[in-house]
Design a binder for this molecule. Structure first.
Ligand code: MN3
Length: 258
């Protein structure tokens, strides 16, 4: 089914081409793709997500795929509204700012000693932008696309790698519950062993294993749940399970594995 990998093809599968394809050509996108090197091709297999986050040479905030109150009562509209319009927008702005600063440095108009600083900001804000796109897409109103269990190939893979859906759900929630401080819980596809993993991410970009493809992410920064759940992260995670858009996760899985 899988032929012997050609090293040249493997190289071309790395993020530059993928991100350029998704984001459109241009110096900004090229630089962004270089900054996302560690994330590997994961950003290139989410065309539905990435297409909406970039337009006319700039990163933009995509609209929510539902009304801000559509995730009630699991997620209150005020939290969703603030999270989307302020926090997510902040990452978009941060990414564009970092790219502009790096361009100024290239043009001799900035402080080249700050290249590392801006590269770091670019990775933080850029990852934040992409993480939130996956987060919003990974949810749907309960009973109208959100909640329940996956079916088909994804369900089979989850049973194979975790034993059962129940065991997966318990591990996914515990993984996210036990993130120290601000971060994310992820279900990812690990392309070497060709299996699913539950992993943690600290901040917006730290710890995600290289080349793993994010399929489903839950934001456990306090801004994602504090208005309604205060310090009860576990209750937020239980509610999140009732919002998961498994059809989206299945599509991510299909894109990652074919
Ligand atoms: Mn957030």
């Amino acid at each position: 089914m899988h032929s012997e990998p050609n090293p040249n093809e493997m190289m071309s599968a790395l993020p530059r081409r993928e991100v350029l394809t998704a984001a459109g050509a241009g110096a900004a996108a090229l630089l962004a793709s270089q900054a996302f090197g560690q994330a590997g091709r994961s950003f290139g297999v989410m065309p539905k997500v990435t297409d909406k986050g970039f337009k006319d040479g700039r990163y933009i905030l995509p609209s929510l795929p539902y009304r801000a109150d559509a995730l009630e009562p699991m997620l209150d509209s005020e939290t969703v509204e603030i999270h989307h319009r302020r926090h997510h927008q902040g990452y978009v702005n941060g990414m564009n700012t970092a790219l502009a600063e790096l361009e100024a440095i290239r043009e001799g108009e900035g402080d080249a000693s700050l290249t590392g600083y801006w590269a770091k900001k670019l990775t933080f804000a850029g990852s934040g932008h992409i993480n939130h796109m996956i987060y919003w897409m990974g949810m749907a109103p309960n009973g109208r696309g959100g909640g329940g269990e996956p079916t088909g190939e994804l369900a089979t893979q989850i049973a194979k790698d975790f034993g059962s859906f129940e065991k997966f759900a318990a591990q996914f929630k515990s993984t996210a519950q036990q993130v120290e401080g601000s971060g994310w819980g992820w279900l990812v596809w690990e392309p070497i062993g060709r299996r699913l993993l539950c992993v943690q991410m600290e901040s917006q970009q730290k710890l995600l294993p290289t080349a793993c493809v994010p399929l489903l992410g839950v934001d456990v920064w306090e801004h994602a749940y504090y208005l309604k759940y205060q310090n009860k992260r576990g209750e937020y995670l239980d509610a999140f399970m009732d919002l998961i858009n498994w059809q989206f996760v299945q599509q991510q899985f299909t894109d990652a594995t074919t």
